[in-house]
Design a protein around this ligand. Structure first.
Ligand code: PEP
Ligand code: MN
Length: 269
Protein backbone atom coordinates (compact mmCIF):
# COMPACT_ATOMS: atom_id res chain seq x y z
CA UNK A 1 0.00 0.00 0.00
CA UNK A 2 1.23 3.47 -0.89
CA UNK A 3 2.05 5.63 2.11
CA UNK A 4 -0.93 7.90 2.80
CA UNK A 5 1.03 10.28 5.02
CA UNK A 6 0.75 13.94 3.98
CA UNK A 7 3.88 16.02 3.94
CA UNK A 8 4.23 17.63 7.34
CA UNK A 9 4.73 21.35 7.92
CA UNK A 10 8.09 21.98 9.57
CA UNK A 11 8.09 24.26 12.59
CA UNK A 12 11.38 25.93 13.44
CA UNK A 13 12.26 26.72 17.06
CA UNK A 14 15.80 28.09 17.11
CA UNK A 15 17.92 25.22 15.81
CA UNK A 16 15.20 22.67 16.44
CA UNK A 17 12.86 21.53 13.67
CA UNK A 18 9.62 19.78 14.58
CA UNK A 19 7.89 17.97 11.74
CA UNK A 20 11.00 17.07 9.74
CA UNK A 21 12.41 13.57 9.29
CA UNK A 22 13.97 13.64 12.77
CA UNK A 23 12.27 13.19 16.13
CA UNK A 24 12.38 16.10 18.60
CA UNK A 25 12.33 15.65 22.37
CA UNK A 26 10.83 18.07 24.90
CA UNK A 27 11.56 17.27 28.54
CA UNK A 28 11.52 18.93 31.93
CA UNK A 29 9.52 19.11 35.13
CA UNK A 30 5.77 19.50 35.33
CA UNK A 31 6.26 22.77 37.25
CA UNK A 32 9.08 25.18 37.90
CA UNK A 33 9.39 24.94 41.70
CA UNK A 34 12.60 26.89 42.38
CA UNK A 35 15.69 28.02 40.50
CA UNK A 36 17.75 25.09 41.90
CA UNK A 37 15.08 22.51 40.98
CA UNK A 38 14.57 23.85 37.45
CA UNK A 39 18.28 24.20 36.75
CA UNK A 40 18.97 20.65 37.94
CA UNK A 41 16.03 19.20 35.97
CA UNK A 42 16.98 21.14 32.86
CA UNK A 43 20.64 20.09 33.08
CA UNK A 44 19.60 16.45 33.41
CA UNK A 45 17.17 16.78 30.49
CA UNK A 46 19.89 18.31 28.33
CA UNK A 47 22.41 15.63 29.28
CA UNK A 48 19.88 12.90 28.46
CA UNK A 49 19.46 14.35 24.96
CA UNK A 50 16.38 16.58 25.08
CA UNK A 51 16.23 19.42 22.53
CA UNK A 52 13.66 21.64 24.20
CA UNK A 53 12.95 22.29 27.85
CA UNK A 54 9.56 22.34 29.48
CA UNK A 55 8.52 23.76 32.81
CA UNK A 56 5.17 25.03 34.04
CA UNK A 57 4.97 28.63 35.25
CA UNK A 58 1.18 28.84 35.38
CA UNK A 59 -0.60 25.59 36.19
CA UNK A 60 -4.23 24.61 35.75
CA UNK A 61 -4.98 22.07 38.46
CA UNK A 62 -8.22 20.19 38.95
CA UNK A 63 -8.07 20.68 42.73
CA UNK A 64 -8.03 24.36 43.75
CA UNK A 65 -5.91 23.46 46.80
CA UNK A 66 -3.17 21.82 44.67
CA UNK A 67 0.07 23.68 43.83
CA UNK A 68 -0.89 26.24 41.17
CA UNK A 69 2.61 26.95 39.87
CA UNK A 70 4.84 29.77 41.06
CA UNK A 71 3.24 32.12 38.55
CA UNK A 72 4.94 35.42 37.73
CA UNK A 73 8.01 34.84 39.97
CA UNK A 74 8.88 31.79 37.82
CA UNK A 75 9.33 33.99 34.74
CA UNK A 76 12.75 35.17 35.92
CA UNK A 77 13.78 31.59 36.81
CA UNK A 78 12.67 30.38 33.39
CA UNK A 79 14.60 33.15 31.68
CA UNK A 80 17.79 32.50 33.61
CA UNK A 81 17.79 28.69 33.13
CA UNK A 82 16.90 28.96 29.43
CA UNK A 83 19.84 31.30 28.96
CA UNK A 84 22.28 29.25 31.05
CA UNK A 85 21.55 26.06 29.12
CA UNK A 86 20.98 27.67 25.72
CA UNK A 87 17.84 25.60 25.20
CA UNK A 88 14.47 26.76 23.88
CA UNK A 89 11.64 26.66 26.41
CA UNK A 90 8.06 25.41 26.17
CA UNK A 91 5.61 26.63 28.82
CA UNK A 92 1.86 26.62 29.24
CA UNK A 93 -0.17 29.79 28.90
CA UNK A 94 -3.45 29.77 30.78
CA UNK A 95 -4.74 33.29 30.14
CA UNK A 96 -4.26 35.73 27.20
CA UNK A 97 -3.10 38.37 29.72
CA UNK A 98 0.08 36.31 30.22
CA UNK A 99 1.24 36.76 26.60
CA UNK A 100 3.04 40.02 27.30
CA UNK A 101 5.10 38.65 30.19
CA UNK A 102 5.89 35.34 28.51
CA UNK A 103 6.56 36.29 24.91
CA UNK A 104 10.20 37.28 25.28
CA UNK A 105 11.03 34.46 27.71
CA UNK A 106 9.54 31.36 26.15
CA UNK A 107 9.97 29.87 22.68
CA UNK A 108 6.76 27.84 22.42
CA UNK A 109 3.37 28.61 23.98
CA UNK A 110 1.75 25.43 25.27
CA UNK A 111 -2.04 25.33 25.33
CA UNK A 112 -3.14 22.73 27.86
CA UNK A 113 -5.87 20.16 27.56
CA UNK A 114 -8.31 22.31 29.57
CA UNK A 115 -7.84 25.29 27.28
CA UNK A 116 -8.12 23.68 23.86
CA UNK A 117 -11.65 25.08 23.64
CA UNK A 118 -10.61 28.55 24.83
CA UNK A 119 -11.11 30.23 21.46
CA UNK A 120 -10.31 33.79 22.65
CA UNK A 121 -6.92 32.47 23.89
CA UNK A 122 -6.31 30.60 20.61
CA UNK A 123 -7.14 33.71 18.58
CA UNK A 124 -4.76 35.86 20.63
CA UNK A 125 -1.96 33.30 20.16
CA UNK A 126 -2.77 33.36 16.46
CA UNK A 127 -1.84 37.03 16.40
CA UNK A 128 1.70 36.20 17.54
CA UNK A 129 4.29 34.35 15.46
CA UNK A 130 5.49 32.07 18.26
CA UNK A 131 4.97 28.34 17.77
CA UNK A 132 1.98 26.99 19.70
CA UNK A 133 1.92 23.46 21.12
CA UNK A 134 -1.79 22.65 21.10
CA UNK A 135 -2.70 19.81 23.40
CA UNK A 136 -5.80 17.83 22.59
CA UNK A 137 -8.60 18.30 25.08
CA UNK A 138 -9.23 15.07 26.97
CA UNK A 139 -12.77 15.20 25.64
CA UNK A 140 -12.13 16.44 22.10
CA UNK A 141 -12.75 14.53 18.91
CA UNK A 142 -9.94 14.69 16.37
CA UNK A 143 -12.09 17.05 14.32
CA UNK A 144 -12.54 19.46 17.23
CA UNK A 145 -8.78 19.35 17.87
CA UNK A 146 -7.98 20.19 14.24
CA UNK A 147 -10.58 22.97 14.25
CA UNK A 148 -8.98 24.44 17.37
CA UNK A 149 -5.68 24.48 15.46
CA UNK A 150 -7.46 26.30 12.66
CA UNK A 151 -8.43 29.08 15.08
CA UNK A 152 -4.72 29.78 15.61
CA UNK A 153 -3.83 29.46 11.94
CA UNK A 154 -6.69 31.58 10.66
CA UNK A 155 -5.72 34.34 13.09
CA UNK A 156 -2.35 34.50 11.30
CA UNK A 157 -0.02 32.02 13.00
CA UNK A 158 0.76 28.87 10.98
CA UNK A 159 3.23 27.55 13.58
CA UNK A 160 1.04 24.98 15.30
CA UNK A 161 2.27 21.69 16.74
CA UNK A 162 -0.38 19.21 17.87
CA UNK A 163 0.10 17.15 21.03
CA UNK A 164 -1.83 13.98 21.85
CA UNK A 165 -1.91 13.64 25.66
CA UNK A 166 -4.59 11.03 26.23
CA UNK A 167 -8.35 11.20 26.31
CA UNK A 168 -10.86 10.36 29.01
CA UNK A 169 -12.38 6.91 28.76
CA UNK A 170 -13.92 4.40 31.20
CA UNK A 171 -10.43 3.06 31.99
CA UNK A 172 -9.13 3.89 35.47
CA UNK A 173 -5.82 1.98 35.55
CA UNK A 174 -4.22 4.83 33.61
CA UNK A 175 -4.80 8.56 34.11
CA UNK A 176 -6.06 8.88 30.51
CA UNK A 177 -6.11 6.64 27.45
CA UNK A 178 -3.38 7.38 24.92
CA UNK A 179 -5.06 7.57 21.53
CA UNK A 180 -2.31 6.58 19.13
CA UNK A 181 -4.67 6.03 16.23
CA UNK A 182 -5.31 9.79 16.45
CA UNK A 183 -1.59 10.34 15.84
CA UNK A 184 -1.57 8.12 12.75
CA UNK A 185 -4.84 9.72 11.57
CA UNK A 186 -3.54 13.26 11.94
CA UNK A 187 -0.33 12.37 10.08
CA UNK A 188 -2.46 11.19 7.17
CA UNK A 189 -5.12 13.90 7.15
CA UNK A 190 -3.39 17.07 8.33
CA UNK A 191 -0.14 18.82 7.50
CA UNK A 192 0.51 19.77 11.12
CA UNK A 193 3.26 18.04 13.07
CA UNK A 194 2.08 15.96 16.00
CA UNK A 195 3.91 14.94 19.14
CA UNK A 196 2.91 12.65 22.00
CA UNK A 197 2.92 13.25 25.76
CA UNK A 198 3.12 9.79 27.36
CA UNK A 199 3.37 11.35 30.85
CA UNK A 200 -0.11 12.87 31.11
CA UNK A 201 -1.52 10.15 28.84
CA UNK A 202 -0.74 7.39 31.31
CA UNK A 203 0.03 9.13 34.62
CA UNK A 204 2.45 6.28 35.39
CA UNK A 205 6.21 6.39 35.15
CA UNK A 206 6.42 2.68 34.32
CA UNK A 207 4.47 3.25 31.11
CA UNK A 208 6.50 6.16 29.75
CA UNK A 209 9.03 3.95 27.93
CA UNK A 210 6.62 1.59 26.16
CA UNK A 211 4.28 4.42 25.18
CA UNK A 212 7.18 6.55 23.90
CA UNK A 213 8.25 3.70 21.64
CA UNK A 214 4.67 3.09 20.50
CA UNK A 215 4.20 6.81 19.77
CA UNK A 216 7.23 6.90 17.48
CA UNK A 217 6.09 3.71 15.76
CA UNK A 218 2.69 5.37 15.17
CA UNK A 219 4.39 8.29 13.41
CA UNK A 220 4.77 10.96 16.09
CA UNK A 221 7.21 13.77 15.27
CA UNK A 222 8.38 14.06 18.84
CA UNK A 223 7.74 13.40 22.51
CA UNK A 224 6.97 15.59 25.50
CA UNK A 225 8.11 13.87 28.69
CA UNK A 226 7.92 15.04 32.29
CA UNK A 227 10.98 14.45 34.42
CA UNK A 228 12.15 15.62 37.83
CA UNK A 229 15.47 15.29 39.66
CA UNK A 230 13.59 14.06 42.74
CA UNK A 231 10.15 12.81 41.75
CA UNK A 232 9.16 11.99 45.34
CA UNK A 233 9.53 15.68 46.25
CA UNK A 234 7.76 16.98 43.12
CA UNK A 235 5.01 19.52 43.83
CA UNK A 236 2.92 18.29 40.89
CA UNK A 237 2.57 15.07 38.90
CA UNK A 238 5.39 13.26 40.78
CA UNK A 239 3.78 9.85 40.11
CA UNK A 240 4.47 10.21 36.39
CA UNK A 241 7.90 11.84 36.61
CA UNK A 242 11.01 9.92 35.61
CA UNK A 243 14.59 10.94 36.40
CA UNK A 244 17.39 11.96 34.05
CA UNK A 245 18.81 8.45 33.85
CA UNK A 246 15.44 6.99 32.94
CA UNK A 247 15.08 9.66 30.26
CA UNK A 248 18.49 8.84 28.78
CA UNK A 249 17.63 5.13 28.67
CA UNK A 250 14.24 5.78 27.04
CA UNK A 251 15.80 8.06 24.43
CA UNK A 252 18.44 5.47 23.55
CA UNK A 253 15.67 2.92 22.94
CA UNK A 254 13.68 5.47 20.94
CA UNK A 255 16.81 6.07 18.87
CA UNK A 256 17.20 2.35 18.14
CA UNK A 257 13.57 2.02 17.11
CA UNK A 258 13.87 5.17 15.00
CA UNK A 259 16.76 3.66 13.07
CA UNK A 260 14.50 0.83 11.95
CA UNK A 261 11.82 3.18 10.58
CA UNK A 262 13.92 6.08 9.26
CA UNK A 263 13.09 8.41 12.14
CA UNK A 264 16.43 9.39 13.64
CA UNK A 265 16.53 11.50 16.79
CA UNK A 266 17.32 15.10 15.91
CA UNK A 267 21.01 16.01 16.12
CA UNK A 268 21.85 19.63 16.78
CA UNK A 269 24.92 21.15 15.15
C1 PEP B 1 1.27 19.88 31.43
O1 PEP B 1 1.83 19.59 30.36
O2 PEP B 1 1.88 20.23 32.44
C2 PEP B 1 -0.20 19.77 31.53
C3 PEP B 1 -0.88 20.36 32.50
O3 PEP B 1 -0.73 19.01 30.57
P1 PEP B 1 -2.25 18.77 30.16
O4 PEP B 1 -2.78 20.11 29.80
O5 PEP B 1 -2.12 17.83 28.99
O6 PEP B 1 -2.93 18.13 31.33
MN1 MN C 1 2.09 17.77 34.58
Amino acid sequence: MRSMTKSTRQIQIGQVTIGGPAIAIIAGPCSIESEAQFLEAASQAKKAGAHLLRGGIYKLRTHPQSFQGLGDPALAIAESVRKKLGMPLVSEITDPRQIEGMISIIDVFQVGTRNMYNYPLLKELGKTSKPVLLKRSFSASIEEWLLAAEYIESSGNPNVILCERGIRTFERATRNTLDLSAVAFVKQHSTLPVIVDPSHATGRRDLIEPMSLAAIAAGADGLLIEMHPNAAASLSDGHQAIDGEDLARILSRVEKLGQAIDRPILRLA
